[in-house]
Design a protein around this ligand. Structure first.
Ligand code: FAD
Ligand code: ZN
Length: 467
């Protein structure tokens, strides 16, 4: 092993064996997964990355790719002492093409830095997540991240035009095209999007940029129920001619946690059981806020909104978004939580919330629903906090509660992972929700591309169970 590690260090050009330096890479955001590794590699070029993987393949050395370590399902954590591969030094924005509206960036570029590079050229990179100050483009692609603008711009997959990928044996697939149209056989890049580092390592990507909207209006509406919220979604879509770019549902208990734990936040309007934070964006010049306000006032007349607030400045819009973006952080500070990142058909959201909330609160007394999420995409963060001071007892219900919620999701033909992925957290429950034929096809792909199972082993793909 020593000799292999020596070769890997040399190939990477930059590495660490200092446990103090490695430690922050071993624990995920909620401290749910903790791993260990004796070697952290930090290549800065695709050639170094390829050399590393060639050695791993030859020697059968397992390796775990990691970007910003903000993943929520444990995929980036070396749970079995694997070598850790940080993409953080592959952080160059290689090119911005304002005419073709594309950007080519290396995997380790922080999402917020890419957004800024686009903004400086009057363009928009629309992917937007609460973790954008730390997560990386490579991680976003590997998890096919969603976030707050999916309603208008789609998931990360919809933003990827080309990829540079290093396969498990070190082969470099240069697919860094910036084409919108390319039907030359299999669209191989799609395989690596959302593969959570199990099929190849993403070295760089060419991504779509959009014109920056001339105006962005942020508004908060109080709404009496998820059903009313859903009517509000349809109403706002039609009244703005499809200019909605976000439509986020926030329950009162979720807002209250933010007000309690996050400094410099204040209650934006009177209490209501539910709120929707929305963004309307487009090119309608100064009329966009008037258009939004008129639509919201009519919604109040129809009883699908009970109070509305249209942000009057960028600072006020930021303040409203801070409330939404800090829900996860506030829930973490509140104590133990059991979370479900689920999606159901958009029309089923109200019925799902009603049914699943009743089931959980009846079966697990004291659990507090902290429901919020991307209502416009049919994706909820259907979370529960435990009774105060009973973290351990509450977390003992993890498997049972997930089973109850996920089975309801299945009844609605939904997904048990809308945007965070499978990692290790959901690996073993996947066979209950995905057909054995689909899982076999996943295993066949894994075997074809990583025959020695060195790339993020034990993640995403459940083992075959023999009865
Ligand atoms: P990591 O956590 O480092 O890795 C994630 C996975 O990708 C791992 O399996 C890892 O092995 C693999 N990987 C990383 N880089 C590469 C690479 N270059 N090549 C191959 N595999 C790689 N996610 C959403 O989708 N929507 C949200 O709204 C959202 N909100 C969040 C809010 C908070 C507060 C937090 C902490 C997380 C949130 N997330 C959200 C989850 C997370 O930020 C995303 O999954 C993000 O895309 C992960 O990026 P990362 O660089 O941190 O990847
Ligand atoms: Zn989300």
């Amino acid at each position: 092993m020593n000799e292999i590690y020596e070769r890997l260090k040399e190939a990477a050009g930059n590495f660490s064996v200092d446990q103090k330096e490695i430690a922050p890479h071993l624990r995920e955001w909620r401290s749910k997964y903790e791993g260990h590794s004796d070697l952290l590699l930090r290549p800065s070029t695709t050639a170094q990355l390829s050399a590393i993987l060639r050695i791993c393949h030859e020697s059968g050395t397992a390796i775990v790719p990691q970007g910003g370590n903000t993943g929520l399902v444990g995929g980036q954590i070396p749970g079995n002492g694997e070598v850790l591969l940080s993409l953080s030094r592959m952080n160059k924005i290689r090119a911005v093409d304002p005419t073709g509206m594309t950007v080519t960036a290396e995997a380790g570029v922080i999402l917020a830095d890419l957004q800024k590079a686009a903004d400086e050229r009057g363009l928009l990179f629309p992917l937007s997540l609460s973790s954008e100050g730390s997560c990386t483009i490579g991680g976003n692609i590997s998890t096919n991240a969603g976030g707050n603008h999916v309603l208008r711009y789609g998931m990360t997959r919809a933003l990827v035009l080309g990829l540079e990928v290093v396969l498990a044996d070190g082969t470099v697939l240069d697919m860094l095209k910036s084409l919108h149209k390319d039907n030359t056989g299999y669209d191989l890049k799609q395989l690596f999007i959302g593969a959570e580092g199990t099929l190849g390592v993403i070295a760089a990507a060419t991504l779509k940029l959009y014109p920056r909207p001339l105006q962005m209006v942020t508004a908060l509406a109080a709404t009496p129920s998820p059903g009313a919220g859903q009517k509000l979604l349809g109403h706002m879509q039609s009244r703005t001619g499809g200019l909605l770019s976000s439509f986020e549902l926030v329950s009162r208990p979720a807002l209250e946690l933010v007000l309690k734990h996050i400094p410099n936040t204040r209650d934006p309007m009177g209490a209501s059981p539910w709120y929707v934070l929305m963004e309307v964006s487009g090119g309608a010049g100064d009329t966009l806020d008037a258009l939004t306000l008129a639509a919201l006032e009519d919604a109040m007349g129809d009883g699908i909104a009970s109070d509305v607030l249209v942000a009057q400045s960028t600072a006020q819009a930021r303040e409203l978004w801070r409330l939404r973006e800090n829900i996860s952080e506030a829930q973490k500070l509140e104590g133990a939580s059991i979370k479900h990142d689920i999606s159901v058909p958009v029309a089923s959201i109200p019925a799902f919330i009603e049914q699943a909330t009743a089931v959980v609160t009846n079966r697990f007394p004291g659990s507090r629903p902290i429901t919020f999420g991307h209502m416009g995409d049919g994706n909820l963060h259907f979370n529960f906090s435990g009774p105060k001071g009973q973290d351990k007892e509450f977390l003992a219900h993890w498997d049972e509660m997930q089973l109850a919620v996920h089975d309801i999701v299945k009844d609605y033909q939904g997904s048990i992972s809308a945007e965070h992925g499978i990692g290790v957290m959901k690996r073993d429950i996947l066979p209950r929700y995905k057909s054995s034929e689909e899982l076999d096809a996943m295993r066949a792909l894994k075997k074809a591309l990583d025959p020695k199972n060195i790339l993020n082993p034990g993640k995403t793909i459940p083992a075959v169970r023999r009865l």
